[in-house]
Design a protein around this ligand. Structure first.
Ligand code: BG6
Length: 512
């Protein structure tokens, strides 16, 4: 029985290949290109999800010829592809890689790009469909798109399409996010902008929708009548690594909350969309973001917690505190941890707190969503200690484990009625095998077929910033006095535990 189910579950995903097109990568000499984008394109090609009429143009400051670029990508692919490489496929790829050296501010570069794209259209039949991946510092987003537009490389006449992919940060607060959207929307249409949130490339994040809307049994209890509260934790064990310069200006709140965490909140809380059309899904997500009650200044103080890691131990190794990381000032007041309690003001969720936390250098790398159900009326178990009367919890494990578990009470064997807590676990890999993915395959493919469901719209970005705006303001006005306030390798500051204990609740921590 179980075997039959597994075989059924393992049915290959079917998808049509992307449209004929050219992918232009600005910032092609950087890490993202070699670690993620090129391996993702290779995986797509291998699964017949790339058009045969496809090419890549890399654009960057570094002086390099197309030949050198091809050689470099070949090496990188060998280093970063997690799959055995097929020599024919490698050659196919190599033949459609091009490179242009230039300064993103120089109009000549765009003329050269236009000429090269025309040649590629002739040589590879790419139908004048282009998408631009801006793997560049966010300051360049506006200027690059303006220049592409000025030379006609964003115009969608004669049935061809032109799209641009950008990845966060989209501004550093609400004002700058609005300014960026305005700058882009002056020269291109919203439908041409694909704002990536790499969390939406994760299978388990996409699966939140499948889990909720493809199963009849959960939706009826997915509301304030049955759910006590929701916990969303994005715990990381890494510190800031080589990104101290960026991170010290951003902090955990900006870096993780308006984007990745708001995606998790909105997918967990949204109403069923009327279809899987991009705007049907995104409209429902946006409604949730708008329904999150903005915190007053007093609430920022009582419902949010910020932290910064000091030195500590992780798997037996001493690790330095945040203030000793490279490119971080020794008196930095930037938070590396944040926890908060949010309320969604709509009929489904009124009165159900969403507790959220994320931090660097925590005890374990673990992203999960805990749905805690209301306690059953335990009058029958008056004699049982309260600790054993655990409420039901449904846990969506996003990473590193990918699965779903349900916690419930069961009778312990024996002549007396005693309860125990048990977990029923499902792991994706048991049913579907391990999927090799960089997390970018689905997103790149979606862009090539014009499906924007998993990309953020301007209004969603702005709504995400609106949620955290009051926190940014209050925190700026009242700099933290107790940093560092948690040791590396722990579950964060004690105030974050107190945030839940105050409401008679506890974080659920997963150690592995
Ligand atoms: C990035 C943040 O967007 O997401 C990083 O800038 C963070 O600080 C990363 O480490 C987490 O992504 P993942 O896929 O490792 O959970």
């Amino acid at each position: 029985m179980a075997l039959a189910t597994k075989a059924e579950a393992n049915t290959e995903r079917i998808g049509r290949p992307g449209d004929p097109c050219v992918m232009v990568i600005f910032g092609a000499s950087g890490d993202l290109t070699r670690r993620k984008l090129i391996p993702a394109l290779y995986n797509l090609g291998k699964n017949q999800l790339l058009s045969r009429e496809f090419a890549v143009v890399g654009v960057a400051h570094d002086a390099m010829s197309t030949e050198e670029f091809r050689g470099k990508l070949k090496q990188d692919l060998h280093q970063f592809a997690d799959v055995p490489l097929d020599p024919d496929m490698e050659t196919w790829f190599e033949e459609r890689m091009y490179y242009l050296t230039g300064d993103f501010g120089d109009p000549n570069l765009y003329q050269q790009l236009k000429d090269l794209l025309q040649k590629i259209d002739t040589d590879h039949g790419t139908h004048q469909n282009y998408f631009y991946y801006l793997a560049v510092a966010p300051d360049f987003f506006g200027p690059v798109v303006e220049k592409l537009s000025a030379i006609g490389l964003m115009s969608e006449e004669n049935h061809h399409w032109r799209r641009v992919i950008i990845e966060k940060p989209f501004g550093h607060d609400l004002e700058s996010a609005k300014a960026l959207n305005k700058q882009l929307l002056k020269v291109v249409d919203e439908s041409q902008i694909y704002r990536i949130d790499h969390y939406l490339g994760k299978e388990t994040v996409q699966n939140i929708m499948a889990f909720r809307f493809a199963n009849g049994i959960f939706e009826p209890i997915w509301n304030r009548r049955y759910i006590d509260h929701v916990q969303i934790s994005v715990a990381e064990t890494v510190g800031v690594e080589k990104r101290g310069g960026y991170y010290d200006h951003a902090g955990a709140l900006r870096d993780m909350v308006p984007n990745h965490i708001m995606q998790l909140v909105s997918l967990t809380a949204m109403e069923p969309p009327i279809s899987f059309q991009a705007d049907a899904v995104r409209d429902e997500q946006a409604k949730i973001l708008h329904a999150i009650q903005p915190l007053t200044s007093e609430e920022v103080l009582s419902r949010t917690v910020r932290g910064q890691y000091g030195e500590g131990e992780f798997v037996g190794q001493h690790v330095p505190g945040y203030r000793s990381e490279s490119a971080v000032p020794p008196d930095s007041r930037t938070e590396t941890y944040v926890a908060m309690k949010l309320q969604i003001d709509n009929w489904r969720w009124a009165g159900v707190p969403f507790y959220i936390r994320t931090g660097k250098r925590m005890s374990a790398r673990n992203t999960h969503i805990v749905i805690q159900f209301r306690q059953a009326p335990f009058v029958l178990f008056r004699e049982t200690s309260v600790e054993t009367l655990m409420p039901n919890q449904l846990v969506l494990h996003i990473q590193p484990e990918e699965g779903i578990s349900l916690r419930f009470a069961a009778k312990r064997p024996g002549p007396v009625m005693r309860l125990g807590t048990v977990d029923m676990d499902f792991e994706y890999s048991d049913y579907f095998g391990k999927q090799i993915s960089t997390g970018y395959e689905r997103l790149l493919h979606d862009c090539m077929v014009g499906d924007a469901t998993l990309f953020q719209r301007a209004d969603m970005v702005e709504a995400g910033w609106s949620v955290i705006s009051p926190m940014l303001d209050v925190w700026k006005a009242l700099p933290p006095r107790s940093f560092p306030n948690y040791a590396a390798g722990t579950w964060g500051p004690k105030e974050a535990d107190a945030l839940l204990e105050h409401d008679g609740r506890h974080w659920r921590n997963f150690e592995e």
